[in-house]
Design a protein around this ligand. Structure first.
Ligand code: ATP
Ligand code: MG
Length: 411
């Protein structure tokens, strides 16, 4: 039987690679210019990291984790999970290596695969990739501004400068909890009409109810008294000042945004600023980027209290939005029937960082030329005369002009 890729996973082949590489080059440029250093953390971590870090009331932890028990049922067995997101892993590394002792801010960016056991559909895979940033050590809205600016500048660099940012403030532990209570009180009479997920959220994390995509739940949010609570101005003065200052900075930078009171984000660890960047062109899986502030997470995972803010973007969704790039042609294709001279020349060119390829089957020159015009800018013809007399015939494959080049250094 033929073995196929697992459901919800995808091979990224040569027709897609140039665009993927281009997206990553842009990420590297934009984030590195802004002082973010790349960080690479392991693909699997202790299950407990995500249970505590992402939160056990989230869909991710409840339904979507790839969890394995290593070492069988004995007392030394341990439970590990393929990372469903990367903030928890970066925070673990931040604590483990005592990165907080360096002068703040500590700024990181990352790229890599994430794993979630979800129903595969357009824009939703079980192995997908994220590009993200995390910034530690700054409690002021200046950091929120820097992180949002970098998300927007990166999107601009890949030709998606017109996407709008949605932002909201969830408040701090104090005002967020008051809001949660108010939401619970007003929803109490409607509890049995909420979907099963929301019934669970009602107990564990009532704010997540606002994020529900179920039409029946959405109808309940439209009821006047419920709406009044949802849209009430509940955040405390400090949180409001933080939020308004951030909005002021974004205005000064001409970053387009809208305020969305229903934006709560799927993860438990957020406080104050949360934001999302969407594109209508993506259909129902419209979010390209999600992020926010998570001031309590480092402490919750055992580190010193450290404010932090970050975002993650889905690279497959980005890929579907950007202009596609073509495979780069190599500079030279060596057309010859002498393998050892050919591979020696290719090796010398490649050592000079000049791209070179050739035919491996000793085929007729016409066949080799055909391949050359598809894959390369120039053909170096290395026939018997050229080898004997030590020169190269170089053909420009666009203009079909040919010239004689006498020394390797002129290539
Ligand atoms: P969604 O509401 O689409 O499930 P989410 O809130 O679960 O998103 P985050 O955890 O914030 O997503 O992840 C950030 C980004 O990663 C998303 O905006 C999206 O672009 C991408 N993403 C999340 N889950 C998937 C998936 N299963 N397949 C592809 N991309 C994904
Ligand atoms: Mg999700």
């Amino acid at each position: 039987m033929v073995i196929k890729a697992q459901r919800g996973t995808k091979d990224i082949l040569n027709d897609e690679i140039p665009t993927w590489q281009w997206i990553l080059e842009n990420a590297k440029n934009v984030f590195q210019n802004a002082g973010f250093c790349e960080i690479k953390t392991p693909i699997f971590e202790a299950t407990e990291l995500f249970a505590r870090g992402v939160g056990d009331s989230t869909d991710i932890v409840n339904k979507e984790m790839y969890t394995f028990s290593i070492g069988g049922a004995d007392k030394n067995s341990s439970s590990i999970t393929l990372r469903p997101e990367n903030t928890a892993g970066v925070v673990r590394a931040f604590i483990e290596h005592n990165i907080g002792r360096q002068s703040p801010p500590q700024k990181f960016w990352y790229f890599g695969p994430m794993f979630r056991y979800e129903r595969p559909q357009a824009g939703r895979q079980r192995q997908f990739h994220q590009i993200g940033v995390e910034m530690f050590g700054i409690k002021e809205p200046t950091a929120d501004c820097e992180v949002i600016l970098n998300a927007v500048e990166f999107l601009k660099s890949v030709g998606l400068g017109d996407l709008e940012v949605e932002i909201n403030s969830l408040g701090c532990t104090k005002c967020k909890n008051q809001y949660k209570e108010a939401i619970k009180n007003v929803l109490a009479p409607y509890l049995d009409k909420l979907c099963d997920d929301c019934k669970m959220r009602y107990e564990k994390n009532p704010l997540r109810i606002l994020d529900c995509k179920n039409e029946d739940c959405k109808k309940i949010f439209e009821i006047e008294e419920v709406k009044n609570v949802i849209f009430s101005d509940y955040i405390c003065d400090d949180c409001r000042e933080h939020f308004e200052t951030l909005c002021g900075y974004l205005d000064e930078l001409d970053i387009k945004y809208s305020r969305n009171k229903l934006l709560v984000r799927g993860l438990d660890y957020y406080n104050r600023t949360v934001f999302e960047i969407k594109s209508n062109a993506l259909g129902s899986q419209s979010a390209v980027c999600g992020g926010g502030r998570y001031d309590g997470l480092v402490e919750m995972l055992g580190g010193n209290p450290t404010p932090a803010v970050g975002f993650a973007m889905g690279v497959e969704r980005l890929y579907s939005l950007v202009d596609k790039k073509e495979l780069q042609k190599s500079k030279y294709f060596i057309v010859s029937n002498n393998f050892s001279e050919t591979i020696k020349l290719a090796k010398k060119l490649r050592e000079k960082n000049i791209s070179a390829d050739f035919d491996f089957q000793n085929r007729k020159f016409a066949k080799q030329m055909e391949k050359a015009s598809k894959t390369s800018h120039y053909a170096i013809i290395l026939g018997e005369d050229e080898i004997k007399e030590g020169y190269f015939s170089v053909k420009n494959l666009k203009t079909s002009t040919q010239e004689r080049i006498d020394s390797f250094d002129e290539l």
